[in-house]
Ligand binder design. Structure first.
Ligand SMILES: Nc1ncnc2c1ncn2[C@@H]1O[C@H](COP(=O)(O)OP(=O)(O)O)[C@@H](O)[C@H]1O
Ligand SMILES: O=P(O)(O)OC[C@H]1O[C@](O)(COP(=O)(O)O)[C@@H](O)[C@@H]1O
Length: 340
């Protein structure tokens, strides 16, 4: 294969803090001799041939910015063979030698479709706040989202404490509980309801147990009670859970959906460093003519994971985190009972 002269980059799916830091690292590591084309709005940019040339000056002072300077999107057309063919024809027309896609498992599925029809090098960088990609300890954006949510919940705790209120807080992650669990643990939530520890096929049982826990807490320590709930877990949403608690035991809970604030804001230090490390490693992989890999991180070291492996299974919340929450809950309940 000839020397790599032109590299395409795009960001796809939900944006994640640190995507800009990754773009910066890629452009700087490739240096002046390689052209970088930023395809805009995810795969739409490839399909509709919307792109900008990226050079060193374009990535000045972006390491601290949330969002993505080349925009992101979800692109339905890419899920059809015609869309994939169109994307490939743009890569050929633009004489691109390698394509780097920063996104999650959906975006990597798109990249694998491109790989089937295109001779160039394809590399994925894990960019999603959901942290659900197998083969990497963390995805770019996850820890920033966790920090943002913790900041918000600390504020909710103040007002909840002032009124001894019950708050149900919804965290992002439609299919995975990494955000809900990590945020719940770090904000000291009294309850965490996530895919890994909640059987929503038995909603009455869940409500009964939760209500018991709330009443016991209110009787023993008279303080706020925070419940972190993963998005898309409870049938009908957190509003329905509030209603169910009210109907079951007259519990008056407030709800707060943190929503997209979790995706915005400056990337945390950890994400700036992760994105820079992985961006540089992506360039190294391209220079070594490695194709079909996600660049992940294991024990602080960049690693290459086959794209197909990275998306085969959704990464689940580790058991030790679930246990840690259970143990803390039990110890907390005991100590309040002993005091009363
Ligand atoms: N099976 C697929 N084939 C081709 N493209 C896909 C496929 N699944 C997802 N994509 C593309 O990737 C985009 C982002 O996927 P999505 O699941 O929304 O986010 P993420 O990449 O963060 O998981 C989709 O809008 C679509 O353009
Ligand atoms: O911004 P949208 O399109 O409403 O999507 C919301 C979803 O995107 C995310 O923020 C990120 O998901 P992806 O990275 O998989 O795209 C999810 O946590 C959330 O469920």
């Amino acid at each position: 294969m000839k020397y790599v002269q032109r590299v395409g980059v795009l960001t796809s799916g939900g944006d994640a803090p640190g995507m800009n830091a990754a773009i910066r690292a890629i452009v700087l590591a490739l240096g002046d001799d390689v052209d970088v084309i930023g395809y805009q709005h995810g795969y739409n940019g490839l399909i509709n041939s919307h792109s900008i040339k990226l050079d060193k000056t374009d990535v000045d002072n972006i390491i601290h910015l949330g969002g993505t300077i080349i925009k992101s999107a979800r692109c339905k057309e890419m899920c059809s063979i015609d869309g994939v063919k169109q994307a490939v024809s743009t890569l050929i027309k633009d004489k691109v030698d390698a394509l780097i896609v920063i996104g999650g498992d959906g975006s990597f599925s798109g990249l694998l479709e491109i790989e089937k029809l295109w001779q160039g090098i394809v590399i994925g960088l894990p960019g999603t706040i959901d942290n659900d990609l197998d083969g990497t300890d963390n995805t770019i954006g996850f820890l920033s989202a966790v920090n943002t949510a913790i900041d918000a919940i600390d504020k909710i705790r103040d007002t909840a404490d002032a009124f001894d209120r019950v708050f149900i807080i919804e965290l992002m992650g439609r299919h995975s509980g990494h955000i809900a669990f990590n945020v719940g643990l770090a904000s000291g939530a009294e309850a965490i309801l996530s895919f890994e520890n909640t059987d929503v096929t038995r909603p009455n049982q869940v409500v009964e147990q939760l209500a018991e826990q709330i009443v016991e807490h209110q009787n023993t320590c008279q303080n706020s009670f925070l419940i972190c709930v993963a998005e898309n877990l409870w049938p009908g949403g957190v509003g329905q859970l509030k209603e169910a608690l009210n109907e079951f035991n007259n519990i008056d809970a407030s709800t707060c959906i943190l929503g997209h604030i979790q995706r915005g804001g400056a990337p945390a230090a950890t994400d700036r460093i992760l994105a820079t490390k992985l961006g540089v490693a992506a360039v190294e992989a391209i220079q070594n003519k490695m194709s079909g890999y996600m660049i992940g991180e294991r024990n602080s070291q960049p690693i290459l994971v086959k794209l197909a492996e990275a998306i085969r299974h959704t990464k689940v919340v580790p058991d030790h985190l679930i246990k840690a929450h259970q143990n803390i809950k039990a110890i907390n309940a005991d100590s309040h009972l002993n005091k009363s």
